[in-house]
Design a binder for this molecule. Structure first.
Ligand SMILES: CC(C)(COP(=O)(O)OP(=O)(O)OC[C@H]1O[C@@H](n2cnc3c(N)ncnc32)[C@H](O)[C@@H]1OP(=O)(O)O)[C@@H](O)C(=O)NCCC(=O)NCCS
Length: 134
């Protein structure tokens, strides 16, 4: 799993108990997963369809540096399924896991459209493809 994005937990991200607010974490993970799906499917018109159980494994506190990890587990006809983990960057302690997030690739008409992708595409390979075309 690649952990691309780091966040520094700040006062505005906390709940009244002084730990990281679950809503902040979910907003970050939904955006991170959407960006991952957009890059993998090569289409900016991608929507969140389904999110499985969310396990808030351990609390995070102000000042913690956390990192968000996503990886694709399945490529469907119009969908992509991802799995996610958030962990403390320094201690590697798990903070949240989401087993399954499904994003759907949409066409210009806003309806599900086949994406034609079958496996994870890495950025270095995408650049390789582009230079091969040029
Ligand atoms: C996304 C949307 C267009 C899909 O419509 P739909 O009628 O469910 O479409 P389909 O039945 O053709 O399913 C599309 C894909 O989603 C998958 N899917 C549908 N319901 C699912 C569910 N409950 N769980 C997992 N996958 C599901 C289907 O298996 C299909 O994948 P595949 O083509 O790879 O096999 C529609 O549900 C929608 O607009 N939802 C709102 C999205 C949204 O606003 N998200 C929040 C903001 S981003």
């Amino acid at each position: 799993m690649n952990f691309h994005t780091r966040k520094w937990v700040k006062p505005e991200d906390l709940n009244p108990n002084g730990t990281l607010f679950g809503g902040s974490l979910l907003r970050w993970i939904d955006e991170e997963a959407a960006i991952y799906a957009i890059v993998q499917l090569g289409n900016q018109r991608v929507v969140t369809k389904y999110i499985s159980e969310i396990n808030f494994v351990s609390a995070s506190r102000q000042g913690d540096i956390i990192e968000l990890g996503i990886t694709a587990t399945e490529f469907g006809r119009t969908s992509i399924t991802l799995t996610c983990e958030v962990r403390n960057k320094i201690t590697r302690k798990s903070i949240l896991t989401v087993e399954k997030m499904v994003f759907v690739n949409l066409g210009e008409d806003g309806l599900p459209a086949p994406h034609g992708r079958t496996e994870i595409k890495y950025v270095k390979d995408q650049f390789k493809d582009e230079s091969a075309v040029e």
